[in-house]
Design a protein around this ligand. Structure first.
Ligand SMILES: *Cc1c(COP(=O)(O)O)cnc(C)c1O
Length: 221
């Protein structure tokens, strides 16, 4: 086995069975992606549309591609035919664009709402007041070509585990509240996407069921 395959196995074999692993392959080559594919993995995350599209075209068609990075509305059309889950829905405008492009492709696209949970100003995402407002607008109810599957968040880039834990805990609390208040009758609202290479242990302890891991599998970027 190559070191990438060994890294993958070590992580995958120690995950609780309810936690899905997304292999974050941004900046990595098709050759590296195929190493993980060859030992059975099918779900990969990319953060740029212009990188995801050529990889989709070149690689096996049974790969599920997840968009995890900030997505500009004018790029949605390039990934709408095939993307499996968009983690990074950070505005109502983007959600409406995804709905429109999904409709053109005769699809329903699964989406996660990205929440701003970190202390840093720079991270994208909704705050809870904004999200409550959007979910209450009649226009939201008319988006028939998207399916909101849950929430995604990124913790502050810090060594302070207590702070990271607190931020993940707040995302899980938001998930539970939004679930209860808006999606109580929809069992498809069931994804909490939080945790990366350095913090996924904490994220899982705080209720994550989808982790996005790049450098611990593929090496540093
Ligand atoms: C790059 C990236 C990851 C993976 O980060 P690693 O630290 O390499 O595991 C996860 N989520 C998002 C949104 C990213 O952009």
């Amino acid at each position: 086995m190559s070191y990438i395959q060994e890294n993958y196995r070590k992580i995958k074999d120690n995950l609780p069975s309810n936690v899905q692993l997304i292999a974050v392959s941004k900046t990595k080559t098709n050759e590296d992606i195929l190493k993980v594919y060859q030992i059975g993995h099918r779900v990969f995350g990319e953060s740029k549309a212009q990188e995801m599209v050529p990889k989709y075209e070149a690689l096996p068609k049974d790969i599920y591609w997840h968009m995890i990075g900030h997505l500009q509305t004018n790029k949605v059309k390039y990934i709408a035919p095939f993307v499996r889950l968009i983690h990074s829905v950070d505005s109502f405008k983007l959600l409406k664009t995804i709905n429109k492009e999904a409709k053109k492709n005769n699809r329903v696209i699964d989406c996660l709402i990205q929440m701003h949970i970190a202390e840093e100003e720079s991270k994208y995402g909704f705050d809870i007041e904004e999200l409550n407002h959007v979910l209450c607008t009649p226009e939201f109810g008319q988006l028939d070509n998207i399916c909101i599957r849950g929430l995604m968040g990124m913790a502050t880039f810090t060594d302070n585990i207590q702070q990271i834990r607190k931020e993940f805990r707040s995302l899980k609390t938001h998930f539970d509240n939004i679930h209860r208040n808006f999606f109580a009758d929809q069992d498809t609202f069931n994804i909490v996407s939080m945790g990366m290479s350095d913090d996924y242990f904490v994220a899982i302890e705080e209720g994550s069921n989808m982790i996005r891991v790049g450098s611990s599998i593929f090496g540093q970027r």
